[in-house]
Design a protein. Sequence first.
Length: 398
Amino acid sequence: MTSPAFRLRTRMTARATDEAHRVSSPLELLFDLTFVVAVGKLAAELAAHLESGTAVAYLAPYVMVFFAIWWAWMNFTWFASAYDTDDVPYRILTLVQMAGVLVLAAGVPAAFAGNDYLLITIGYLVMRIGLVAQWVRAAVEHPEGRPTAVRYAVGISVVQLAWAIRAFLLPVSWGAWTFIVLAVAELCVPFLAERTGRTNWHAHHVAERYGLFTIIVLGESVLAISNGVATGLGHGVSWPLVIVALAGLVILFALWWLYYLEPAGEALENNRARSYLWGYSHYAVFVALAALGAGLEAAVASAGGHSELEPTAAGFAIGIPVAVFLIVLWAAHAPIVERPVVRADVVIPAAVVVLLLPLVAPGVGVAGVAALIALACVAVIAVTVLVKLRRTRIRLAP
C-alpha cells in the first residue's frame, strides 16, 4: 500500500507508523523532480566558479541556497510521512509547493551573481504558503494532533515573515548573520511544535525518502561528469580526461553503495527520539554530494585543459566533499544504530587520506588524484562489506 485509496477529498488524519509496505507515492516522486532542477542549477553555478578559480568567494551563497532547497524538501517529506491523504486538496497544495521550488531554482543565478536573494525568497514564500495550508488542514481535520499542527503552522509563518523582512527591508550587508539566525529558527520549529505531541511519521518511509534524495544529488554528479566530458571532447580526447571521468563514476558508485549499507529505517523506528540528529545531519551529507558533482565537473574540465583551476585545487574540489560525506555519514547513523555498519575506525582514516591526496597533484596530476581517491573509496567499501559479512556469519553461526 503506497497511499490511501484515491478520493476527491478525504479526512486528513495521522497515518499509522507501522503501516505495512509504506513507500514513496507517485506524487512524492514527481515532487522530487523539481528538486532535481534546483540542485542542478546550484551545482552548475558552483562548478562554473570552481573552473574560474573563484569558488571560495561563492561558498556562502552555495550553503545558504542549498539550505533553502534542503529545508523545503525536509518539511514536505516529514509532513507527507505523517499526513499524506493523496486527495485533490493535498495534490493541489503539493503543486503549489512544486511551483515555489521552480521559482527558487530560477533565482539561483542571481544569488551567485550579485547576492540577490529576492526571487529565492519569493519561491520559498510560495512553498511555505502551500505547507502552512497543509498544517492548517491537519489542525482542522485531526483534533488529536491539533496542538502540534497549530504550532507548526504558526512557527513556519513567523519565520517566513522574518525571511521576507530580511529580503525586502534589511541591508544586504546583514545577509550572513541574519541567515544564520533565521536558519537556526527554522531548525527550532519542529522541536517547539512537537513538544505537545509527536507526528506519526513512518520510519521506513522517511529512510527511503532520504535515500531517494541522496540519489538525486548523486544524479547531479553524473550529469556534471557528462557535461565536463562533453566540453572536453570539444578540445580533443585525452587520457587524463578519460581517467577523471571513470574515477568520478567509481567514486559516485562507491558512495551510493556505502550509503545504502546502513539500515536506517529499522534504526529510526527503534530510536524515534533521535530522529532530529539523523535528519538534520543529512544536510551536510547532501550538500557534500552536490558539491562533489560540481567538483567532478571542474576536475574533468581541468584534466581536459580548458579550466583555470590548478590540479591541486581540482583535487581538493573532489577530496573535500568525499571526506565530508564519509565522516558525516558515520556521524549521522552513530546515534541511532547500535552497531553501525559504517564504522569510525574505517571512514575517519579514509577521510584523512582523501584530504591529503590532492597534495600529490603536482606529481600525478588531477587524473592521478581522482584515481587515488576512487581507490580509497573502493577500499572503504571493501572493508565495510567484509566486516558486515563477518558479522552476519557470526550471528548465524550455531
